[in-house]
Design a protein around this ligand. Structure first.
Ligand SMILES: [Zn+2]
Ligand SMILES: [Zn+2]
Length: 363
């Protein structure tokens, strides 16, 4: 089922506007709250089951529901645009996009309901124009960027995408057991006294971590997503399909359980370094035992906003990314050899600057 975001006033296409925090019609500027935009109609599936058949008894019915649910996961690859009737073929990860024929914002209900229904979303607060300006500025700071790099056409290819994340509330019971010493030396009469005091130190803490994030995207590089953090999770909203209007969205490729080991490792690290911070004032510390038990309290399937620009440079795939909430930029600017020559001639003899230059190549 395709959710299209049509203007109730003129029938034109609506998109989420990051400044208004609302949907706005591209034709007549009519504004609508996301809560009032089309919902995913769960009843539709049940309706279909009853069509053209006698009403099945309870047991038959539940069987059929099960079948229907499995078929949802068979990844229908083709959807029909409600605005222009064209067939939209998408990759199986995509849950929202633009119709390539008429440009209408569409979302795919099957990929946003049941197990795939997001709990939370951080809406875009950086607009497309701001994202473009940010990239321009950033590319200028990367002094070695070739001149033809930031063309309007290239900037036009920037897309806003909601990336799937799991956020976890975790409880950690951590303990650390160590032997510590305090050493001091002082003079008494004709003697210098070296004194060592021995301590057995034990720490235990029960810690709650709220909304620890893990990227659940199959397409985007984990390291890059880590660099885009932090997001301000105080701005989390309840998910509404309207937030997707005008953006791309990807559904999770790894489920909550699949990412749990990574999260456990992370909160274990946080807990241990917390304990460590409380063991202070000793000359030496030797750990006998560090232990922790991590338990998941709750998880939230969450969509986070990212502006993305992918391009090829000298046969290599490059990627720029910007946090769609904070404007933080991550990426590597391509190096132009013409500019490098100019740089070297300017910097000739300056070893510090040459080091900087080398650092650029190593990035
Ligand atoms: Zn309108
Ligand atoms: Zn269309």
């Amino acid at each position: 089922m395709v959710i299209d975001f049509k203007c109730p006033q003129c029938g034109g296409g609506m998109e989420y506007d990051s400044e208004l925090g609302k949907l706005q019609c591209r034709s007549c500027q009519f504004e609508q709250a996301v809560e009032d935009a089309p919902e995913i109609e769960e009843e539709e599936i049940v309706q279909e089951l009853f069509d053209g058949s006698t009403i099945p008894d309870e047991s038959e019915f539940s069987n059929e529901v099960e079948e229907k649910e499995t078929s949802v996961y068979e990844e229908e690859q083709e959807f029909m645009c409600e605005s222009c009737g064209a067939a939209i073929v998408t990759e199986p990860e995509v849950s929202a996009t633009h119709c390539p024929y008429c440009g209408s914002a569409v979302a795919f209900g099957e990929r946003l309901q049941g197990k795939l229904a997001p709990d939370k979303v951080i809406p875009f607060t950086v607009s497309k124009e701001e994202a473009k300006a940010g990239f321009r500025k950033w590319a200028k700071n990367g002094l070695l960027t070739p001149k033809d790099f930031m063309t309007e056409k290239r900037l036009g290819e920037i897309i806003g995408i909601y990336v799937p994340f799991w956020l976890y509330d975790m409880n950690v019971n951590a303990e650390a057991d160590c032997n510590c010493t305090k050493k001091r030396s002082y003079r008494r009469g004709d003697y210098i006294i070296h004194e060592t005091k021995y301590y057995h130190v034990y720490r235990r803490a029960n810690l709650n971590f709220k909304k620890v994030p893990a990227d659940a995207s199959v397409k985007l590089d984990d390291a890059m997503m880590d660099l885009l953090e932090p997001y301000d999770y105080r701005r989390l909203r309840k998910f509404e399909p309207g937030y997707l209007a005008g953006f791309q969205a990807e559904k999770y490729g790894v489920d909550a359980e699949g990412l749990l080991p990574r999260i456990k490792e992370r909160v274990n690290g946080y807990a241990q370094s917390y304990l460590k911070s409380t063991i202070k004032g000793y000359s030496t510390t030797t750990y006998n035992n560090q232990n922790s038990v991590e338990e998941k309290q709750q998880e939230y399937y969450t969509l986070l906003p990212v502006w993305l620009l992918t391009y090829e440079y000298k046969g290599e795939k490059m990627l720029y990314a910007m946090n769609g909430q904070t404007g933080k930029v991550v990426g590597t600017p391509p190096v132009s050899w013409g500019r490098v020559a100019k740089w070297i001639s300017i910097l000739y003899g300056g070893s510090f600057a040459l080091l900087t230059l080398l650092a650029y190549f190593l990035v």
